[in-house]
Design a protein around this ligand. Structure first.
Ligand code: DGJ
Length: 727
């Protein structure tokens, strides 16, 4: 049973294959977090709820019969503001009296099979009956009557659970939500390192690891998207932990807007972890009878270090997050014209690329930015989603038909959430651009962001996009987002609701994504934001893959792909071979195969030799598709541990196929080395395809694989592929 309630002890046990999470109801209705970590059988954890209270500076609530109960020291499931808990709070609600004292006490609970929807928000879901169970705990503030429902869904097979909260205003007065985190977790220890993924455009998801310290630390976005700067992901791991050992906790927010992930270590050496909507410039008025749903957070625990944690996220997301027709359908190998032509193309140039692609074995052509309005550079036309027939030398239908006659699928680029100042749309509706009165709007890439909080804007976008998508045989849509939000404000929201803007914006984006993906369920959607600026589970709910980065140089990509793999599976990682210079095509291919593979070039601009080489690269992609997309990833040598080389491995569940890639970024004089593989069956025999040599799993994992056959030089790579053989 994944969720057990022990009536006598008033304890909930949330069990997965690799973790236990224990909650207790205090006698005064506070909810205690007693334990989260490796599986334990115990029910008697009463002492875990107890903390020493330090003198008069930890205020006591006299309504508990506990010897010394202080909200300031108790390990809590909701950390409320203004009620004696001095740590950063997960819930702050300003009431009719104008104060923000918030106090949620247990009222009731229910346990049910499956997982509820979160209206308007992306979320994990039950893939098949019995794969998850939900605990809903209702708490209420005795003074204001406002309720807070805590939702815990346990994915038993995976060591994962999701958490979110629903705030319901059952009172007779409006209240203001000022802070509504998706979860609060008070761990009874703090001997951790904090891992986060920072970056910028062209350098997304760089790995950073620092010991946590007393006090406050965390990462956040205030950009109106999850952002290049910080991914909505953090992990805590034992100071001594690594890829294969140590307690690792991963936290990922299913949200594509401003977030905050906070870790606060108090004087009891207890680490409080919070994650949710960034409270900066956020507020929400809740009228009587209304509810507010927080985004959902995913919590993963592994005592097999970061590797175990990542593999759990990968399986979970492949099964319980990514949806739709393309969830497990083989994605077409594509060529995209962006890096080859930019916006300098016409219908004939695109056709020539497609013709080459078809001859090469590529399966889909994607027409990127520049096909609409009068857009030949990035100064105009976003919003005018009307086909530029002069440029395409015919209708879009003509082009699609010509390209399909080559046997290819057809994809198209959009940036629905943007509006160019130089566009017919802006001239007709200047109020549709996000702006605040009296201030000149900031431009990013000479464009404004369109106001997705508005239903009329979303209807316009749905109609104009549906017109193009519905009247042409289009298979794929790249959904781009190339700047962040500034001067946040909507012309339609009254002043007191402007603080709701950012959250309403992302709800609007999700609504449009939902409408379009429902109207065109066959479309394969690829998320994008100047590369990977909105690379988060919220977007993955609507698009089974996201363009990983605009940086397609294999050397830089190694870091980006390793960082991304902390919680995102290979299947979602859009990664292409481009004409970038620093490595040869084999290495570019070996890197790009770790993901949703494709090419991004104009064959007219590369050598005959390169074109020939590309023809030989494609078979491997088809052959290893399932292994790489859905197999278990082992990071063998990480770029954050070794600046010169890295290596990674995929194995299937049965441990019969093993795909190892070794990448030497910078050759060193002492270049011979041995690479210990991971996750094999020690008793199985594995045949190295290249040489036919047979090794035991035990040898490959303990003595290692000799890499003396690695090519010489800088920026070289090699794939070693093994299959298990009978003795
Ligand atoms: C940014 C994307 O990341 C690129 O791949 C390309 O689509 C451009 N935008 C087009 O403007």
């Amino acid at each position: 049973m994944p969720i057990i309630y022990h009536e006598k002890e008033k304890i909930f046990q949330l069990n997965t294959a690799g973790s236990t999470y224990v909650i207790q109801i205090y006698d005064n209705g506070f909810l205690a977090n007693l334990y989260y970590g490796a599986p334990i059988p115990d029910v008697n954890l009463t002492d875990f709820a107890r903390r020493k209270v330090h003198a008069s500076f930890c205020a006591i609530l006299p309504d508990s019969t506990e010897e010394s109960f202080s909200p300031d020291t108790a390990p809590l499931e909701i950390g409320c503001s203004g009620r004696a808990d001095m740590r950063p709070s997960s819930l702050q609600i300003r009431n009719k009296d104008g104060n923000a004292a918030t106090d949620m006490r247990y009222v009731s609970h229910r346990i049910f099979a499956g997982k509820p929807d979160l209206p308007g928000l992306p979320h994990l879901y039950s893939e098949e009956a019995g794969d998850c169970e939900t605990l809903e705990i209702t708490t209420a503030d005795p003074y204001t009557g406002v309720k807070c429902l805590l939702l815990y869904t346990v994915f038993e097979k995976h060591a994962a659970l999701t958490r979110s909260a629903v705030i319901e205003n059952d009172s007779e007065n409006a209240v203001e939500i000022e802070r509504a985190h998706s979860f609060c977790l008070d761990l009874n220890r703090s001997d951790f390192d904090l891992i986060s993924l920072y970056g910028r455009h062209m350098q997304e998801r760089e790995f950073e690891r620092v010991p946590i310290r007393h006090g406050y630390q965390g990462v956040a976005s205030r950009r109106g998207s999850s952002s290049h700067s910080q991914n909505p992901f953090i992990a805590l791991i034992d100071h001594t932990g690594g890829e294969d050992f140590g307690d690792a906790y991963g936290f990922n927010l299913v949200y594509s807007s401003n977030f905050r992930a906070e870790v606060d270590v108090d004087f009891n050496n207890s680490a409080r972890v919070l994650m949710g909507i960034n409270p900066d410039d956020f507020g929400w008025t809740l009228q009587p009878g209304e509810s507010f749903y927080t985004p959902e957070a995913v919590l993963v625990f592994s005592n097999e270090g970061l590797g175990g944690m990542s593999r759990t996220f990968h399986r979970l997301y492949n099964h319980n997050l990514v949806r739709g027709e393309w969830k497990h359908k083989k994605r077409p190998l594509l060529v995209n014209n962006w890096e080859g032509t930019g916006m300098d193309f016409d219908g004939d140039k695109l056709y020539a690329i497609a013709k080459w692609a078809a001859e090469t074995g590529i399966e889909m052509f994607v027409m990127d930015d520049g096909w609409f309005g009068k857009r030949d550079d990035d100064t105009s036309s976003l919003g005018d989603w009307v086909v530029n027939e002069k440029k395409l030398k015919g209708t879009l239908g003509d082009l699609v038909r010509r390209i399909k006659a080559l046997g290819l699928k057809f994809g198209i680029w959009y940036e629905p959430e943007m509006i160019s100042p130089d566009s017919d749309l802006y001239r007709a509706h200047p109020d549709w651009a996000i702006h605040v009165p009296g201030r000149v709007g900031s431009e990013g890439r000479q464009q404004y962001v369109i106001d997705m909080t508005r239903a009329d804007v979303r209807d316009y976008l749905f109609d104009i996009m549906s017109g193009v998508l519905g009247s042409n045989d289009i298979d794929y849509l790249k959904w781009d987002f190339n700047r962040n939000i500034t001067e946040p404000g909507s012309a339609l929201l009254p002043p007191e609701k402007q603080k709701e803007f950012y959250h309403r914006y992302v709800l609007g984006t999700y609504e449009l994504m939902d409408r379009l993906t429902k109207a065109f369920p066959h479309l394969l959607v690829e998320g994008c934001s100047g590369g990977g600026g909105r690379y988060d589970p919220g977007i993955l709910y609507f698009s089974p893959q996201i363009w990983c980065s605009d940086n397609t140089d294999a050397i830089s990509r190694a870091n980006i792909q390793f960082g991304s793999s902390l919680c995102y599976p290979a299947s979602v990682q859009g990664s292409h071979v481009s004409a970038s210079k620093r490595t040869g095509y084999e290495t570019k291919r070996n890197l790009a195969m770790w993901g949703s593979f494709g090419y991004e070039l104009d064959p007219a601009n590369i050598s005959e030799e390169a074109r020939e080489e590309i023809k030989t690269q494609i078979a491997d992609y088809h052959r290893h598709y399932d292994l790489i997309h859905y197999g278990d990833l082992y990071r063998l040598i990480c770029p954050w541990d070794d600046p010169y080389r890295c290596a990674w491995e995929f194995t299937d569940e049965a441990k019969t196929k093993v795909h190892v890639t070794v990448f030497i970024k910078l050759a060193q004089e002492r270049r011979n080395f041995f690479l210990r593989l991971k996750g094999l069956d020690p008793d199985k025999k594995y045949r190295l395809e290249e040489t036919g040599e047979i090794y035991s799993g035990a040898l490959l994992m303990n003595a290692g694989l000799s890499l003396w056959r690695m090519p010489e030089g800088d920026a070289v790579s090699k794939v070693y592929y093994f299959e298990a053989v009978e003795d």
